[in-house]
Design a protein around this ligand. Structure first.
Ligand code: KMH
Ligand code: ZN
Length: 279
C-alpha cells in the first residue's frame, strides 16, 4: 500500500485544559474532534480520557462509553492508550483492554518523561502483549528510544506475533528523556525497523512540540506513516496555537499528498493493520 496512515492523538494525559481551551476533554468534544479529523484524513484515533475536572482517567465505564460513542459517530479505528499518565498503576493500564478497543498502545520500555518516569517493566509489557492477543486487540508498539526496538525484537521472538500477525510501531520522538525529534533520529529508527523487525512491519512517527514538522517530513521520506494531534503539539506555528486537531490532520494530509502518498481511508487502514471485524 502506497498511501499514508494518519493517526490522530487528540488529547493525551499531559496538556492542561486551562492553558489550552481547544483541547478536547469531554466525550462530546472528543467525538466532535474525531468526526472532523476523520473528514480531514485520519483513520486511527489514539484515545486518552479526562474526568469531569479534565484530569486524566482510566475509568472503565468512561472507556467503554468512549469506544461505543466513537464507533457510533465515525469509522475510525479506535486505539486506546494503555500508557495513561505516568502516575497510573499497571492494573488500571491493563484493564483498559476490557473496553474492547480495535487497537491499544503498548510502550516497549521505561523512559524518563519530563520530570517523571514512564514505567514499562518487561513483565508488564509481556502481560499487555499476551492479553491483547487473547482479546484480538491489535497493538501499536510505542518506541520512545532506540533500545525499545531491541525490546520489541525480543518480545516478538519470545512471545510471538501480535493478533493479526502484522507489526505496527510508532516512534514517539522529542520527549524530554527519550530519543530526539529530528530527521537523523527518524532515519536511525527506520533503519532499526528494517534490520530488527519482521518484514512488512509498518511505522508511523510523531514529534513532540516543535519537532512535529521535521519528524513528519522525515517519516514520509522513509515511507513511514504519521501521527499528529494535540497530545503531542499544541502550537501550529510560532505564536499560533492549534485551533483544533483537524487543523493538524489537515496539514499532515497535505504533506502526505505532496509526497504522493495520500491519506488512506479507514477501510484501507483496517486492512493494513489487520483489525478484527468490529462487529
Ligand atoms: N502519557 C504518557 C505517559 C501511550 O499513550 O501509550 C504515555 C503515553 C503513551 O501517552
Ligand atoms: Zn498517548
Amino acid at each position: 500500500m502506497n498511501g499514508t496512515l494518519i493517526t490522530v492523538a487528540p488529547t493525551g494525559a499531559e496538556v492542561d485544559k486551562r492553558e489550552v481551551p481547544a483541547l478536547p476533554v469531554t466525550l462530546e468534544e472528543l467525538v466532535d474532534t474525531a468526526v472532523r479529523c476523520e473528514r480531514a484524513g485520519a483513520s486511527v484515533v489514539h484515545v486518552h480520557l479526562r474526568d469531569d475536572e479534565a484530569k486524566p482517567t482510566l475509568d472503565p465505564v468512561r472507556l467503554r462509553d468512549a469506544v461505543a460513542a466513537l464507533r457510533d459517530a465515525t469509522d475510525l479505528i479506535v486505539q486506546l492508550s494503555t500508557g495513561g499518565a505516568v502516575t497510573d498503576p499497571e492494573e488500571a493500564r491493563l484493564a483498559v483492554l476490557d473496553a474492547e478497543p480495535d487497537m491499544a498502545s503498548c510502550t516497549m520500555g521505561t523512559v524518563n518523561f519530563g520530570d517523571g518516569v514512564f514505567m514499562n517493566r518487561w513483565e508488564f509489557i509481556v502481560e499487555l502483549h499476551g492479553r491483547m492477543r487473547e482479546l484480538a486487540v491489535v497493538p501499536e508498539y510505542e518506541l520512545f528510544d532506540l533500545g525499545h526496538l531491541a525490546s520489541l525484537e525480543r518480545l516478538l521472538d519470545e512471545r510471538g506475533l501480535p493478533f493479526g500477525e502484522h507489526v505496527h510501531v510508532d516512534f514517539v520522538l522529542g520527549v524530554p528523556g527519550g530519543a530526539a525529534g529530528d530527521a537523523a533520529t527518524v532515519t536511525a529508527f527506520a533503519e532499526g525497523v528494517r534490520r530488527y523487525l519482521p518484514e512488512g512491519t509498518t511505522f508511523s512517527a510523531t514529534g513532540i512540540g516543535r519537532t512535529t514538522l521535521p519528524v513528519m517530513f522525515a517519516s514520509l521520506a522513509h515511507g513511514g506513516h504519521l501521527r499528529v494531534g494535540m497530545e503531542d503539539t499544541v502550537s501550529f506555528a510560532r505564536r499560533r496555537p492549534v485551533t483544533g486537531n483537524d487543523q493538524l490532520v489537515e496539514r499532515a494530509a497535505q504533506a502526505a499528498a505532496l509526497a504522493q502518498r495520500p491519506a488512506i481511508t479507514t477501510a484501507e487502514a483496517r486492512r493494513l493493520l489487520n483489525i478484527r471485524d468490529a462487529d
